[in-house]
Write a protein that binds this ligand. Structure first.
Ligand code: MG
Length: 218
């Protein structure tokens, strides 16, 4: 299983929680809105794809979308974690792509079926390296996705409907959070399809983090 290095500490990636809608403009572009509580789904931890690997598009989808997201990794787990304490449980942050087989997801939504295949296939949980959480104000981070040199998504975490602390608090009322759990905190607007030959560049200038991923067919 994939390991994460943050300073001297190593973490084994455990459960992967993802927030479906957390930026109003993205909810709107999906023809949806944000509810009173976060909407959370899970990817298997076999979906992780780390920096240095290429994104392989699954043959059974003809429309894989990028979703650029801030990702938190839990250092310390817990149940019913108060929002006021939640950020002390975070070991680090990365950028990630919640890759989504949008055609398969649309069919699942229509049929009332789960999103597991659309969201959880191999390589669908893309991750950059992590930076230590200490000193990172998760409510004021700005980051970008460029494809083939063109800006496609620009995120500012102040636009989140639910802050990282609120997400951790809510998730931990329903699921026991454990060390090594990841939380994909939702995407801003600008999602779209990627195709073989694309080069995706994720950049988080405030922490000097940059990673690029080539896209190919499986
Ligand atoms: Mg997402």
């Amino acid at each position: 299983m994939a390991m994460i290095q943050i300073g001297e500490q190593q973490y084994r990636i455990n459960n992967i929680f993802c927030v479906a809608r957390n930026y109003h403009a993205h909810a709107k572009e999906m023809g949806s809105s944000i509810a009173d509580e976060p909407m959370v789904f899970i990817k298997p931890n076999s979906a992780v794809l780390q920096a240095g690997a290429a994104i392989e598009l699954p043959s059974w989808s003809s429309e894989v979308h990028h979703e650029l997201e801030l990702v938190a990794i839990m250092g310390e787990g817990g149940k019913n974690i108060p929002a006021a304490d939640a950020l002390t449980h975070v070991a680090g942050y990365a950028l990630g792509l919640d890759l989504t087989a949008r055609d398969v997801q649309a069919a699942a939504k229509k049929a009332g079926n789960p999103w597991t295949l659309a969201k959880g296939f191999d390589g669908s949980a893309v991750l950059t390296d992590f930076v230590a959480a200490e000193g990172v104000d998760s409510t004021a981070q700005v980051f970008d996705l460029k494809i083939n040199g063109q800006l496609r998504q620009h995120a500012n975490t102040r636009d989140m409907a639910f802050s990282v602390a609120e997400l951790i608090a809510w998730i931990s009322t329903k699921f026991t959070l454990q060390s090594g759990d990841l939380i994909y905190t939702g995407t801003p607007e600008g999602v779209g399809a990627i195709v073989a030959g694309d080069l995706l560049e994720l950049e988080w200038a405030q922490v000097q983090l940059k990673a690029s991923f080539a896209v190919c067919n499986a």
